[in-house]
Design a protein around this ligand. Structure first.
Ligand SMILES: Nc1ncnc2c1ncn2[C@@H]1O[C@H](COP(=O)(O)OP(=O)(O)OP(=O)(O)O)[C@@H](O)[C@H]1O
Ligand SMILES: [Mg+2]
Length: 264
């Protein structure tokens, strides 16, 4: 049969990928999933406003990537979702790093250190769009100042996102005010305290702009008025799912401040 290789066009595909169902909270959580998959025990997030020309930086102490691994990681669709995953592996599609980052901003720089060796890659969507080619930089653009020493030790990764058009209106007439920028950061913090509460209760250290995250358990475990029901075992796709039901205490048992704090 006659056939012809038909490559997708870079500029429209990348624009379409920017709109895959993330909000800023789920995007940041997806990037943290990657650090957790890389066995990180300490993850530092930095949100910098800089009058709308700011950045988001995630530094982890995970296993890091060598040059080939980083090249694969920066490729859109680097994994077959049908492949068998490790029992506790969170990543599945080989998309999250790129799509989550691009849902926030137009430039994604990753510096990774594995066995003391640094590797660098950077996507700049302005450049991809201009050239309409999947052109990935192998060095850091001159206007980005990154301190590699922020990776302490021999392994770890820095994910740096700037040109934050989606997150704070960079390059548009709608640059968000600093107050809204930091309210967004606070909401992200609350969300992460809930989503990662089990890991935060264990060994994970996670901070945002130097503030340590405190686990928030939505089931109020430990509250004497909270009722833990009988565990149920369900089957789904041949896998066992364990479900523990909770009945939360009546709202009238909290004062106003505590009620708001607990978010029940
Ligand atoms: N912080 C990190 N440290 C080490 N390796 C990483 C890090 N972030 C990404 N990677 C590597 O890059 C790969 C691609 O990441 P990406 O998030 O795009 O896909 P995924 O996690 O495999 O799947 P999903 O699309 O479901 O998130 C990962 O499988 C992992 O090998
Ligand atoms: Mg991922």
């Amino acid at each position: 049969m006659d056939e012809i290789i038909t490559q997708p066009s870079a500029a429209p595909v990348i624009q379409a990928l920017r709109s895959i169902g993330y909000n800023s909270q789920t995007a940041i959580a997806d990037l943290i999933d990657n650090s957790i998959d890389a066995k990180a025990t300490k993850i530092c997030l930095e949100f910098s406003y800089n009058e709308g020309n700011g950045s988001i930086k995630i530094i982890d102490n995970g296993i890091g990537m060598d040059e080939i691994e980083l090249q694969t990681a920066m490729t859109v669709g680097s994994k077959d979702p049908r492949d068998k995953r490790e029992r506790d592996e969170l990543g599945r599609f080989g998309m999250g790093l790129k799509t989550a980052a691009f849902s926030l901003g137009k430039r994604l720089t990753v510096v990774s250190k594995k066995d003391s060796k640094l590797s660098i890659r950077c996507w700049d969507l302005d450049y991809v769009s201009k050239e309409n080619e999947w052109l990935l930089y192998k060095s850091i653009p001159v206007d980005i100042a990154l301190d590699f020493n922020e990776i302490h030790g021999d392994n770890g990764t820095i994910v740096f996102i700037d040109k934050l058009d989606r997150f704070c209106g960079y390059g548009t007439n709608n640059i968000v005010k600093s107050g809204s920028f930091f309210s967004k950061v606070s909401r992200i913090q609350k969300y992460l305290e809930m989503v990662f509460h089990i890991l935060l209760e264990r060994e994970l250290l996670l901070d945002i702009n130097g503030n340590q995250l405190i686990p928030w358990n939505p089931f109020l475990e430990g509250n004497p008025r909270c009722y833990e029901g009988e565990i149920q075992y369900l089957q789904s796709n041949g896998k066992k799912v364990i479900v523990t039901p909770y009945v939360l205490p009546h709202p009238s048992t909290f004062n106003k401040r505590k009620y708001r704090e607990l978010g029940v």
